[in-house]
Write a protein that binds this ligand. Structure first.
Ligand SMILES: Cc1cc2nc3c(=O)[nH]c(=O)nc-3n(C[C@H](O)[C@H](O)[C@H](O)COP(=O)(O)O)c2cc1C
Length: 248
């Protein structure tokens, strides 16, 4: 073996990886620029398809973050109010169109049957931690709205991927995002990857000069985690036996 790693290091790495958990309540303390820069540098050590790095990141802090959040919240309020208003509410939403997704409509579609149980389990666990009854649509909508406040994080990163590489661009971005989340974790910061913020690309483009051939994948809220009970939630992690495909 030429590797310098020893068993002790490997155990530490396994524990470190297992200890990263999604943060859903942040302190408003800003992320220092030098730390954010180091985290982004670490993110770029991830492997990439032909080393193309087919992604870009829009860093929203301060007033830009606040403007984006305000518009997201306004759109979400419009959508949730109309959706709760029965058939007439839905018709009004379709007529007015304000709040309808302008990108990534896929995320508002139902999950396929084989993946639905995991998503349902996550939802039930999260709402139990938030203290929201499943049938309480109003409270559930209020909690979902926290996505659009970026759960209080001072900075939201918007991840864009190159249109031409399709799934490989998304896969490369995912590798980069995980490096980013782990580096943030090492610096005592929390992250929440957010598909929820991927549906109104036009709002982000109004603030950033995003190249035309890039499309929004998702966001990542980043900041210092609060002591909130919400941050104690531990999503289920499947066993290796569920991961590995059985031989014929
Ligand atoms: C691409 C992606 C999008 C996600 N979107 C959201 C989101 O919109 N809101 C949210 O609260 N969590 C979101 N999550 C976080 C997942 O729910 C979380 O990673 C999962 O439940 C596993 O929990 P863990 O990160 O604590 O291990 C997202 C995660 C990923 C990878």
């Amino acid at each position: 073996m030429t590797s310098k790693a020893n068993h002790h290091d490997a155990e530490w790495v396994s524990q470190f990886l297992a200890s990263r958990r999604t943060t859903r309540d942040f302190l408003s303390i800003p992320v220092p620029d030098d730390i954010l820069n180091q985290i982004l540098t670490d993110a770029l050590t991830a492997p990439s398809w032909s080393n193309t790095r087919p992604f870009k990141v829009a860093v929203a802090s301060g007033q830009v973050r606040d403007r984006i959040s305000a518009e997201f919240l306004s759109r979400w309020n419009a959508v949730s109010t109309h959706l709760r208003g029965g058939l007439w509410g839905k018709i009004t939403l379709l007529i007015k169109r304000y709040g309808l997704p302008t990108s990534n409509r896929l995320i508002s579609k139902p999950y396929p049957a084989d993946l639905k149980p995991s998503a349902m389990q996550l939802g039930a666990g999260l709402y139990a931690t938030f203290g929201v009854a499943r049938e309480d649509r109003v409270q559930r909508d209020k909690w979902w709205a926290k996505n659009y406040e970026f759960y209080g994080a001072p900075t939201e990163l918007f991840i864009y991927i190159h249109k031409s590489l399709h799934i490989y661009a998304a896969s490369d971005a995912g590798l980069m995002m995980e490096n980013l989340a782990l580096s943030a974790h090492a610096y005592g910061l929390g992250t929440c990857m957010q598909g929820a913020v991927g549906i109104w690309d036009d709002v982000v483009r109004k603030e950033f000069d995003v190249p035309k051939n890039y499309r929004l994948l998702c966001g990542i809220a980043i900041g210092y985690p609060s002591e909130s009970q919400v941050n104690t939630f531990k999503a289920n992690r499947i066993d290796v036996s569920e991961l590995v495909i059985k031989p014929r």
